[in-house]
Write a protein that binds this ligand. Structure first.
Ligand code: BGC
Length: 717
């Protein structure tokens, strides 16, 4: 209350010009006379009013680690931040505690490097496997996404800095992202795309929300009153502030009137004059003069912003150290990565022992992908590549072959495959040839090793979508040829083949998965990549990740065929015409078999589910069961609760994830009793007007994956 009075006083003391300035960021830092960044490499800053004691506050990306520049002019010191696994990998952990830990670690780096608000987590949905930023998003499922986001936000904000859930909403592609109009039914919007935001806001109270670039049913989301006022504030009681995505929308006055509090980064005309020719402040002045925008609206926006900014380290005059605990956070990054590895296939090949001789193939052993590009890029002190990781852990990797790879990669990169820099300053690395080992050499390698490990890498990033082509969604010809010849020759010698997928989003696996005996999905695991791979290969770490997104058999199987919109060559509109049938909701309902289903992931041990009981306590359902480790290694299991609704009035997907719980590390023979609580309201569908729970018999399905259901109970409603 004291703060509200104080804020009112501040607003009363502000001149109109100060008010107009305050709702617009300072502009891209360091260009065209804009202020120099307080923290180099941060994405933006809010405006200051020194005479009223309002400092500039700092906003920086992003989901896989704090994105600031490690180097500063005339400064020897390095400002590195930890690179954590990408969000899709974090979601593969299905572990709320890990997400919270990662959030805490990132939050500490945010605070100690002088940043106030972290522009993460990103919680759009994996609508289509080609979404260029899918790696920055958690899952195809709204509940998993929302739960992961809530825990991450709690972690970040426990450090006294803010989180920002983005991009609100229906921003599931990069193609023409700044202008595309997403057409989506209210049901799909509410059940699939808004749901994660709703969960994160209600559970974790993020300080800020970032509206997205795209239009939603005709209006830019940053200029959409229904979205920002009715849904976000009235229905969900969001009490932080909303900022635009960088340069988004086309009219600042409309943004303010629609409930978008802060316009970022400010002065868009300096950077994207074709999209926003006018200074945002002129838009605002004009609208005020015409009487379209009132001072009260601006005051309300300022109130929303100040209420949050009062809590920031900048306002509190916090003396940051520039010395976050990177050593501790490296361990958190490693731990999160280990839990996010998904074992997709294992025909008696994994784990290997420390002295199993193995040959590592693929240029990704040296050029390991720690994460994607764009604002989700990171600048850690180091990245342990796969080769160095297995060497550091003392595994018996074929040194001669490793030497050949090192030399070849150097030769390629200094010749026809030089690295250049993109518009984000990121490295652009032309894809290297993969199939350069002679058959006779392969024979020798197969003779002297027990196992082949073949690494396949992919990278994608902000600003473009992936392609359903060879070299991207499909293996390139030379990747396929490498795998095929390694497979033929190793198998001829009775040796086994493991494929390691170092990717940010699904690729096609169906056509080649029989060429290998094991598949480890290590995603883009951050700076500790090599250590994570080494420890999972040997079983020091038992994989416990489960897929947060389906691996379809073929791109032609995906339900979002409209991606990336119409007209095809330069889309202006994208219709989400699959409605709620996104991911497994589609594959299960329409009986399309994927290569690996949502929720799938093997372990080096086995688990048994038993003793299901479902009780109704008031408006709650209490679901209880036991999980026993029935194998001979310790391991963790992710139990997933899917609900199959009766088909009464509204059409329903075959089943939907409603809850999940990961066990602790269970020793062989150990049992854990799991208790999951669910509310009747969790079973509701949106019928076009409101949420309703239809009467009838509901099936509660407890599974180790969406297609490996172990226990079923029924409940009448
Ligand atoms: C991205 C946001 C990011 C912002 C600031 C935009 O291009 O879409 O996710 O937070 O830039 O870097």
């Amino acid at each position: 209350m004291f703060e509200d009075t104080k804020i009112d006083e501040i607003i009363k003391s502000m001149t109109m010009e100060e008010k107009i300035n305050f709702v617009v960021g300072v502009g891209v830092l360091g260009i065209e006379g804009n202020p120099k960044p307080k923290v180099k490499g941060a994405a933006g800053e809010t405006s200051e009013i020194p005479r009223l004691g309002i400092p500039r506050t700092v906003l920086a990306d992003g989901p896989a680690g704090l994105r600031i520049d490690p180097e500063r002019e005339n400064d020897e010191y390095k400002y590195h931040a930890t690179a954590f696994p990408v969000e899709t990998m974090l979601a593969s952990t299905w572990n709320r505690e890990i997400l919270k830990k990662v959030g805490e670690a990132m939050g500490e780096e945010v605070r100690e490097y002088g940043v106030d608000i972290l522009l993460a987590p990103a919680i759009n949905i994996h609508r289509n496997p080609l979404g260029g930023r899918n790696f920055e998003y958690y899952s195809e499922d709204p509940v998993l996404t929302g739960e992961m986001a809530a825990s991450f936000v709690e972690g970040v904000q426990s450090q006294g800095v803010g989180a920002c859930i983005k991009h609100f909403v229906a921003n599931e592609q990069e193609t023409n992202r700044m202008t595309i109009d997403t057409i989506v039914s209210e049901r799909a919007l509410r059940e699939i795309y808004l749901k994660p935001f709703e969960i994160a806001i209600k559970k974790a109270k993020p300080w800020t929300v970032m509206s997205s670039y795209n239009k939603l049913n005709g209006y830019y989301t940053s200029q959409n009153k229904w979205l920002l006022m009715k849904v976000l504030r009235d229905e969900w009681q969001f009490d932080g502030f909303v900022m635009t995505d960088w340069f988004a929308g086309d009219n600042a006055a409309k943004q303010l009137m629609s409930g978008n509090d802060l316009i970022m980064p400010g002065k868009s005309f300096q950077v994207v004059p074709h999209l926003r020719p006018k200074d945002e402040r002129d838009d605002i002045r004009e609208a005020l003069e015409k009487g379209e925008l009132t001072e009260e609206v601006i005051d309300e926006r300022i109130r929303n912003i100040l209420r949050i900014l009062f809590k920031t380290p900048a306002f509190k005059g916090y003396k940051y150290s520039n010395k976050p605990n990177l050593e501790k956070h490296a361990k958190v990054s490693y731990e999160a990565g280990c839990e996010g590895v998904v074992l997709l296939k294992n025909d008696d090949v994994l784990p290997i022992s420390k002295d199993t001789k193995f040959a590592l193939f693929g240029t990704g052993q040296v050029e390991t992908i720690r994460g994607g590009t764009g604002s989700g890029e990171t600048h850690p002190m180091y990245t342990v590549n796969f080769l160095d990781g297995v060497l550091e852990r003392g595994l018996s990797v074929d040194q001669e072959l490793a030497k050949l790879y090192r030399e070849k990669i150097e030769e390629f990169r200094s010749g026809d495959y030089k690295v250049t820099r993109g518009s984000w300053g990121e490295e652009i690395k032309p894809k290297l040839p993969e199939n350069f080992i002679q058959e006779s050499q392969l024979e020798e390698i197969a003779k002297r090793n027990e196992v082949a490990v073949v690494i396949i890498t992919r990278i994608s990033g902000e600003g473009y979508d992936r392609k359903a082509e060879k070299g991207d969604y499909y293996l390139s010809d030379d990747e396929f040829e490498l795998l095929k010849s390694v497979s033929e020759i190793f198998r001829k010698h009775n040796k086994k083949v493991i494929v390691v997928l170092n990717i940010g989003s699904p690729i096609e696996v169906e056509s080649w998965k029989n060429l290998c005996d094991g598949i480890l999905l290590v995603w883009q695991p951050g700076q500790e990549a090599g250590r994570i791979l080494a420890d999972v290969l040997t079983g020091d770490v038992n994989p416990s990740g489960k897929l947060p997104t389906t691996f379809p058999k073929d791109y032609n199987d995906v339900p979002s065929r409209s991606f990336p919109g119409e007209p095809r060559d330069n889309p202006t509109v994208i219709v989400y015409d699959e409605g709620i049938y996104v991911g497994y909701r589609y594959y299960d309902t329409f009986r399309v078999e994927p290569s690996y289903e949502f929720g799938f992931g093997l372990s080096y041990t086995t688990f048994e589910y038993s003793n299901l009981s479902i009780k109704r306590v008031g408006s709650k359902f209490v679901v209880e069961f036991d999980i026993k480790n029935t194998g001979n290694r310790s391991g963790k299991e992710v139990a997933q609760l899917y609900v199959r609704a009766p088909i009464v009035k509204i059409d329903k997907p075959y089943q939907e994830l409603k809850a999940f719980e990961k066990t602790k590390l269970l020793e062989p023979g150990e049992v854990q009793h799991i208790i999951i609580e669910l509310f009747a309201s969790d079973l509701a569908s949106f019928d076009g007007n409101s949420w309703i729970v239809e009467e009838g018999e509901y099936e509660f399905r407890i599974g180790a994956s969406s297609r490996d259901i172990r226990l079923i109970g029924k409940i009448k409603i």
